[in-house]
Design a protein around this ligand. Structure first.
Ligand code: GSH
Length: 295
């Protein structure tokens, strides 16, 4: 059993499992939360959505304050809340700032020492959790989506754009949408990848969307009162312009960026629009009728 269940917390008729496991991608123990809605059982594998959290977070922030569980229960979808970086081993200066090192893994595989030894958050999500969780819990391996907030919004957008066959849909709250052009992204990519900016582009949603083929629907919410938006850490306009240039539909049936008047960067903002994001994903996660057995 790769996952240990350390606590089971009833929530909105379902169960929030507080899990830990020895991660092969990271090389040490990782904690995460898994919300199973009441519909999940040995006989009913439910669809599931990754929620990737932002800077300074663990898997607890979204589970405690995102308010996703109410809508997840109504729709019969599970939510996985991974951690935001390895916790062990420690590196000199890995907690010197809130936007690099611990709790700031940026959902990429670091290639620069010493972080390259363990900061493998892309492999952790895409290879390890994606495969291991449905083996042990009632999750449908064929119906997976991804969403995230801020750094986690960058993670959701880039992992979807890189591995679009693995996910049915994507959405983001206040994502860092063009990290190579903002201070957070430049600091993280410089520290985890090094000076080669052509490598940075491989992990930038605005760069990746330029070559995305096929129809693409993404729900993105950004608060106009978000100080990080005002400080140009998020740059959703750059993402939208790149999508337009690539010929993708922008607006309600395409790249749908909603600017929410006065909302900030916090979980008050996320929880307000949590149900909209679950609804967005359910449009892509419901089982086609042909799959249902009739007697
Ligand atoms: N600590 C940072 C802010 C970091 C921050 O706002 N983190 C966001 C994600 S980017 C978050 O979700 N924080 C945790 C929370 O609100 O629960 C600062 O002082 O500027």
């Amino acid at each position: 059993m790769p996952f240990e269940t350390n606590a089971t917390v009833p929530s909105f008729g379902g169960r929030l499992l507080k899990l830990s496991h020895a991660s092969t991608a990271i090389g040490s123990s990782m904690a995460l939360n898994l919300y199973l809605p009441p519909q999940a059982s040995d006989f009913n594998k439910v669809p599931w959505i990754f929620y990737l959290a932002g800077l300074t977070c663990t898997g607890d922030n979204g589970a405690e304050k995102g308010f996703f569980q109410a809508a997840a229960s109504q729709n019969g979808v599970a939510i996985v809340y991974p951690d935001t970086s390895p916790r062990e081993p420690r590196y000199d200066g890995d907690d010197a700032s809130y936007d690099f090192g611990r709790a700031a893994g940026f959902y990429i595989n670091a290639s620069k020492a010493p972080y390259s030894a363990t900061y493998k958050m892309e492999s952790y999500i895409i290879d390890e959790l994606y495969d291991a969780l449905p083996k042990e819990f009632p999750l449908d391996p064929a119906r997976v989506s991804i969403m995230g907030h801020s750094m986690g919004g960058h993670g959701a957008l880039t992992l979807f754009l890189k591995y679009s066959k693995k996910f049915k849909s994507v959405s983001a709250f206040a994502p860092i949408a063009n990290p190579i052009n903002c201070p957070w992204g430049q600091k993280a990519f410089g520290g985890y990848i090094g000076d080669d900016q052509s490598e940075w582009k491989k992990h930038d949603a605005t760069e990746l969307v330029k070559t995305f083929k096929g129809p693409l629907e993404i729900l993105i919410d950004v608060g106009t009162g978000d100080n990080f938006y005002k400080q140009k850490q998020l740059l959703p306009e750059n993402f939208e312009a790149a999508a337009k240039e690539a010929g993708l539909t922008v607006g309600a049936n395409g790249i749908n960026i909603r600017y929410q008047t006065d909302y900030d960067h916090s979980y008050y903002f996320i929880s307000t629009f949590a149900a909209d994001h679950i609804d967005h994903h359910m449009r892509f996660l419901v089982k086609p009728q042909a799959d249902l057995i009739s007697f």
